[in-house]
Design a protein around this ligand. Structure first.
Ligand SMILES: *Cc1c(COP(=O)(O)O)cnc(C)c1O
Length: 243
């Protein structure tokens, strides 16, 4: 057994397991597996692993740093068969917006009016629309990025005045806890917040994405309504691509 040649099989097994758990969680919640999309978070691994994921049918990749995302997007773009949808999931600085826009399909981490305005300016310059999610700090932990629940409505209304940003939903990061059941209320809160914004007409009816759930808690997140789960570590257990 050569570890160097075996990592692809391990990766395929890990992916199959994550997909199976996603489907079971969706079924338990009476949801269709097709309503939940896996965003593979690739910040821990090298380019050959990204290519292998695409070969295995993964279509969505996420990174939390602009430079790594744009470099990897450029590296993969030379192969027309490997064109993932890129998701920016980490904190975004305004001075990085221009570099990011051409490469990225969805930004999960919109957390201020100033960032929205910068995105709008750059989107207009480049003549393209940008899909965004507002990052919400539902747990109230000081260390977490994101807006408080009460500030979200204001930013939604502001986005309504911008022409190039399409608000697709909300994102959150749950606190790190020993028992994943304890994060359930955070996910439920995000879902209820989005419902409430739709009910009040603050956001459009097609604003329905809930980006929530990582390795520790994607099962609970799907049971609570996640439409996008951002999973890294679970995919890369025992995968060390050394070729
Ligand atoms: C790294 C990261 C993830 C994936 O975390 P895992 O626990 O490895 O699944 C998800 N979301 C964000 C914002 C991240 O930075």
């Amino acid at each position: 057994m050569e570890p160097q040649t075996n990592w692809r099989a391990t990766l395929a097994d890990n992916l199959a397991q994550v997909r199976a758990e996603m489907a079971q969680a969706a079924a338990r919640a009476g949801r269709s597996a097709a309503d939940v999309r896996l965003v593979a978070v690739t910040k821990y691994v090298e380019l050959p692993v990204l290519r292998a994921l695409l070969d295995l049918g993964v279509q969505d990749l996420g990174e939390n740093r602009v430079q790594q995302l744009t470099q990897r997007a450029a590296a993969l773009a030379s192969d027309p068969a490997a064109r993932p949808r890129w998701h920016m999931i980490g904190h975004l600085q305004r001075n990085k917006v221009r570099a990011l826009l051409g490469a990225c399909r969805m930004i999960h981490s919109l957390d201020s009016r100033r960032l929205a305005d910068e995105l709008e300016v750059e989107a207009q310059r480049s003549g393209r629309d940008v899909d965004v999610l507002i990052e919400v700090n539902v747990s109230g932990e000081q260390s977490k990025q994101g807006l408080t629940e009460s500030a979200v409505g204001d930013l939604c209304e502001h986005l309504g005045r911008l022409s190039r940003l399409r608000l697709r939903g909300l994102m959150t990061m749950a606190p790190l806890v020993d028992d994943p059941q304890r994060v359930r209320p955070c996910f439920a809160k995000l879902r209820e917040l989005l419902w409430e914004l739709r009910r009040r007409g603050v956001v459009e009816a097609d604003c329905r994405e809930l980006s929530m759930g990582m390795t520790q808690d994607y099962v609970q997140a799907i049971e609570e309504g996640a439409t996008l789960v951002r999973v890294g570590s679970a995919l890369f257990r025992n995968v060390a691509a050394t070729e």
